[in-house]
Design a protein around this ligand. Structure first.
Ligand code: GCO
Ligand code: MN
Ligand code: MN
Length: 394
């Protein structure tokens, strides 16, 4: 098997894998595990050898919910030793607020105040663990925050509970002096029938209602946007545009409008992944690139690393090469410039409202027929980008 890039080349990016991603053993709602998996410390070693820089984790990916102090110390010791050996870090931490049946009707948004209190208690401990491991990002994926039966809870009640929980935890992080940014990860459904905050747009609006919006960003995931049939490039651009995508993103693949497939990044949608990488390059994104995907059930334990983990990173790097080619392709650049040609004077008139500007704008001789006659070579540009992606413009 040939590797496209070296571990050193992959190391130059901030590639991260969730412990749960390479730890996935192929279990699904219809079938048992199809491979054995490896303990967390071994996953770190395999990822490190391939050139990943970081891992991400939920509290219980590492420490079982009922572990004793001695067991906790033991697991942490082994784990941090292999991180050090591989010169890797924990980039992101999170709290598992979905697996235990106590969260069957939500965590932060559960109607039972005791469950909400338990969720806060568990999250504060997970934040402490993340801080101890050096994680600078803490992700909130509210998998159980939602409903099947709308008669049982007003969604606005859910938003309000959610808001109070994030406000509380922002203050906790400030009080502890942890250098940590929060990132909220939207998902439209699964495991709930409808999850609150289903899209990046909804999360961006939610953040503006918080006491400390400056501490909270977006953790967008390709699959989650496409499950809703939306354009991930557009959704993520909005987060970038609002300066809310600086620290973390989940990358993977997904066919639109299906169950959460978590395919390898770049495996299903070359155009989508190209524009995703281009967006990161254009915005000089320096946060974590977390591959929140899992290998097919047909993949072996070693294949999870050799073919799946390496494949995610290499698909990203391949797209990055294509972005450089796009930037250097004269014809593509000329077409783009022609389509987007500006008019400084006219723009200035529209940028600053004044009575004079209104007067001038009213008088402008703009003929819609003539404007509509101008040729827009978007079709040609589209052809050339596909040629570039398929290696026909080298
Ligand atoms: C999912 C989510 C999760 C989160 C993870 C980190 O659909 O299961 O993507 O994998 O990313 O819980 O918060
Ligand atoms: Mn997901
Ligand atoms: Mn995710």
């Amino acid at each position: 098997m040939s590797s496209l890039y070296t571990p050193q080349q992959r190391r130059a990016e901030r590639f991260e894998f969730g412990l749960w991603t390479v730890g996935n053993v192929g279990r699904d709602p219809f079938g048992e595990a199809s491979r054995e998996g490896m303990p967390p410390w071994r996953r770190v070693e395999e990822l490190g050898a391939l050139g990943a820089s970081a891992v991400a984790l939920h509290d219980n990916d590492l420490i079982p919910m009922n572990a004793t102090q001695a067991e906790r110390d033991d697991i942490l010791g082994q784990f941090t030793t292999s991180l050090r050996k591989q010169d890797m870090v924990v980039g992101m931490a999170s709290c598992n607020l979905f697996y235990h049946r106590v969260f069957r009707d939500g965590a932060f948004t559960a109607s039972d105040p005791k469950v909400r209190a338990f969720a806060l208690q568990k999250t504060m401990k997970a934040i402490d663990l993340g801080a101890e491991l050096g994680a600078k990002v803490f992700v909130f994926w509210g998998g159980r925050e939602g409903a099947e039966v709308d008669a049982a809870r007003d969604p606005a009640q859910g938003f309000e509970h959610y808001r109070k929980a994030i406000n509380f935890l922002c203050k906790y992080v400030k009080d502890q002096g942890y250098p940590m940014t929060f990132a909220i990860e939207p998902k439209p459904n699964e495991p709930r029938s409808d999850i609150y905050l289903p899209t990046i747009g909804a999360c961006l609006a939610f953040i503006t209602t918080l006491d400390h919006p400056e501490m909270v960003e977006i953790n967008g995931e390709t699959a989650h946007t496409k499950m809703a049939g939306l354009n991930h490039y557009h959704e993520m651009k909005m987060a970038f545009w609002m300066n809310k995508c600086n620290v973390h993103q989940d990358l993977n693949g997904q066919k639109p409008l299906r169950y959460d497939q978590d395919f390898k990044f770049g495996s299903d949608d070359p155009f989508g992944s190209f524009f995703h990488v281009k967006m990161n390059v254009d915005h000089e994104y320096t946060g974590w690139l977390n591959f929140d995907a899992h290998a097919h059930r047909t993949t072996s334990d070693m294949g999870v690393y050799r073919d799946f983990a390496a494949g995610n990173m290499d698909n990203y790097l391949m797209m990055k090469e294509k972005v450089a080619q796009f930037d250097e392709d004269r014809s593509i650049q000329d077409l783009y410039a022609e389509i987007n040609a500006g008019d400084v004077k006219l723009q200035a008139l529209m940028d600053a409202y004044s009575a004079a500007a209104v007067g001038k704008l009213r008088e402008l001789p703009l003929d819609p027929e003539k404007l509509a006659d101008r040729e827009l070579k978007i079709e040609a540009l589209e052809n050339q980008v596909l040629q570039l992606l398929l290696g026909k413009r080298d």
